[in-house]
Design a protein around this ligand. Structure first.
Ligand code: PMP
Length: 362
């Protein structure tokens, strides 16, 4: 005998209700109506001719956004983490050397992913808020001889925008692939994949691109493809295996949207400083325009500030992540959120929070 013993849940019988919020944390950002409407299009078969045309248009869009001619350019289904794993799982085999630049959480995470597939991990480490010179990078490349070097262009945990010029050439000198994470920077800071000698570049959809999470644009250079298609072993993931994708898994490529932003970061930074707040990244040129890190105001509990702003202003900003926890507040102004009016809104919310949150005497 069989009968339904779990009744239909009451919570699913009422309409879904999601509040409107100002999404000014390090992501997700707000999704504008044009993009929400695109998501309401009918679903059609993944082998229908219209889908091939849409996929080809997406590829052209990603090539433009990344400034690359690479034919291995697509969007994987998943968040930024999926693209990270797609990049690492396809290009690295067990026992190979990988080098990651750790100046926040993302270099650590890339190292962890490579470690899980049996690679040998080497790191260069800078304190939170810091970055690496090309001399330091070359020393590490020559010492460890990695097959892959990972660098986060926009280190969203600390607010650092890493300089890229010359690093691709260094990697190629040591026969190493250059992998760049642009999840937090793409569309908000200049990046030129081909000109900068980047072999693998990926981003995510829910930050500057102002789309829902779940689509990760990624591109592989000819050098990266050579490495991928001459592997001795199969990648551990079937879902993310690019050689399989090329032959049979076209459906992995899905819709993505692009929205370029004009950063208003400088206006924001000046406003913060005029309020007496300090920016966490000392060097101006190393400040990530999309995610601003503010030194956690002295005498306050950062959590009380973010909670107060959410409750009183219906506005999300966040605390630190990984090595920056407790040290910073993080504000993201991405894509359509990147406007002077929104900067003024955040500054007013911060002012209000500093007035009303508890401040210790010290
Ligand atoms: N890299 C960076 C620099 C990020 O900021 C993030 C998201 N915070 C990721 C990777 C991971 O992306 P996702 O959350 O979409 O998986």
């Amino acid at each position: 005998m069989s009968s339904v013993s779990v009744p239909p849940p009451k919570c699913l019988q009422k309409p879904l209700s999601v509040p409107h919020r100002h999404m000014f944390g390090p992501g997700p950002s707000n999704v504008p109506p044009r993009i929400l409407e695109a998501g309401a299009n009918p679903v059609i078969g993944h082998m229908h001719p219209e889908i091939f045309e849409i996929m080809s248009d997406i590829k052209s869009g990603v090539q433009y956004m990344f400034q690359t001619q690479n034919s291995m350019t697509l969007a994987v289904s998943g968040t930024g983490h999926t693209a990270m794993e797609c990049a690492i799982f396809n290009t690295v085999e067990p026992g190979e050397n990988v080098l990651t630049a750790v100046n926040g959480i993302w270099g650590e995470r890339a190292a962890e992913m490579a470690e899980r597939i049996g690679a040998r991990i080497n790191t260069i480490v800078a304190p939170p808020g810091g970055f690496f010179t090309n001399v330091e990078i070359e020393q590490a490349l020559s010492k460890y001889r990695p097959v892959l070097f990972f660098l986060a262009h926009g280190e969203s945990s600390t607010g650092v925008l890493h300089p890229l010029d010359g690093i691709g050439q260094l990697c190629h000198k040591y026969n190493c692939l250059f992998l760049v994470d642009s999840v937090a920077s793409m569309g908000g800071a200049p990046l030129y994949m081909d000109q900068q000698g980047i072999d693998i570049l990926y981003t995510g959809s829910q930050k500057v691109l102002n789309a829902p999470p779940g689509t990760a644009p990624i591109s592989f250079s000819e050098r990266a493809c050579q490495k991928i298609f001459n592997r001795r072993t199969k990648p551990v993931s079937f879902f993310l295996d690019l050689s399989c994708l090329v032959s049979c898994r076209q459906e992995l490529i899905i819709t993505s949207h692009h929205y370029i932003s004009n950063s208003v970061a400088e206006y924001f930074h000046a406003g913060l400083e005029s309020m007496g707040l300090k920016l966490f990244v000392k060097e101006k040129k190393a400040r990530l325009p999309t995610v601003t890190t503010i030194v956690a105001p002295h005498g306050y509990d950062w959590k009380e500030i973010t909670t107060y702003i959410m409750k009183t202003h219906n506005l999300e900003i966040s605390g630190g992540l990984g090595p920056s926890v407790g040290m910073v507040l993080r504000v993201g102004l991405m894509g359509c959120n990147s406007s002077k009016a929104n900067v003024d809104m955040v500054l007013a919310a911060l002012k209000d929070a500093l007035k009303h949150c508890h401040k210790s005497k010290v």
